[in-house]
Design a binder for this molecule. Sequence first.
Ligand code: HEM
Length: 401
Amino acid sequence: AAGAAGLVIGAAGGAGIASAVSGDGPVTGAGGPRALTSVGSTEVAFHGRHQPGITTPLQSRGHLVAFDLAPGAGRKEAAALLRRWSATARTLMAGKAPSADTGIALDAGPSSLTVTFGFGRTFFDRTGLAARRPMQLDPLPSFSNDAVDPKRSEGDLWVQIGADDSLVAFHALRALQKEAGDAARVRWQMNGFNRSAGATSRPMTARNLMGQVDGTNNPRTTDPDFDRRIFVPAGATGAQDWMADGSYAVVRRIRMLLDDWEGLTREKQERVIGRRKADGAPLSGGSETTPLDLDKRGPDGKLVVPDNAHARISAPEQNGGAAMLRRPFSFHDGIDADGAPDAGLLFVCWQADPLRGFVPVQRKLDRGDALSPFVRHESSGLFAVPGGAAEGEYVGQRLLE
Ligand code: HEM
């Protein structure tokens, strides 16, 4: 139901399809050249109804980068930039080297590389396109728990890079940054990670740096209402016409106050979320995939999933159906002078409309979520991510042409 984006064309173990396509040449081993059959061989399609990197399984490495158009750069320069960026993303995602290559990823396969492009609110004034700015890009409200640094927030353009290899991800980042040339400059950049493929014998939902199983109750591409919740309808009209099959990304750098968090007993930690730490199962019983029973009471008469548990407060049933696809990376940027790790979650969530996704849920969490005392939102971005480029098209062409 999620359309063709994120489609894996050369699955790991799939006889090295991707390296054959890439022309990078096979891996050389002791017995001579052999095909790439592991993580590196997985290739994600660049072209499709939706951009890649939304329904694509989480990759182990991610870079989030915002750019501002350079003074004097307008719609023409932006269109040329998106054309260059799209061509390079397509080449790199196929595991091929662009011209004038740095060689950083020379001996790696596509490694599930995805590159996703979005437009921020300020892009439209700078390019004379204000009339085509969707109201979905209106500024997010501020929340009481916010400690947002404007320099690390928003931006004219946003690029999300994900890959199952750090060198492949950096290679893409470097290539795209160089290609920005005189047209755009990096405004901020954040680096993230997730568990590496193959690190666990039990393929399961990822863990975050609080040690929780995180992502369990995400909407699934097989849900009948998945497309309606996550993607702008194909027939979108008005200022949103160019956003057909696109999605809105809310990006928050959320610092985890790990010293405080780790001071809680496991039992208290579990009550903060409403799920068990070991396997992510609801405190109301069952296994990870059992629905939460929000009405269940213990022998003491108290709710088993507490009133202020994060999973209760954020559930769609508690928010008029508001839902989003959470697709985060963890981050760790060193240790502060006081010894506290500068670590947390690069929270990225996807929805057809932020006012029916992130905003109502965050409003509610902000009013009394048990997790709030242990996190701090340090930066914020909202980006319109258009639909995927068809063959021969570049991303954003329907807006910029
Ligand atoms: C559920 C952690 C921030 C929305 C969960 C779960 C965990 C978790 C462990 C339960 C497992 C799951 O269903 O994924 C965190 C952490 C956060 C954070 C550590 C900050 C560092 C947010 C924010 C939002 C959000 C900012 C949105 C405004 C949700 C939603 C669910 C959820 C919608 C699923 C609820 C359900 O349907 O059961 N989160 N979360 N989370 N979280 Fe968060």
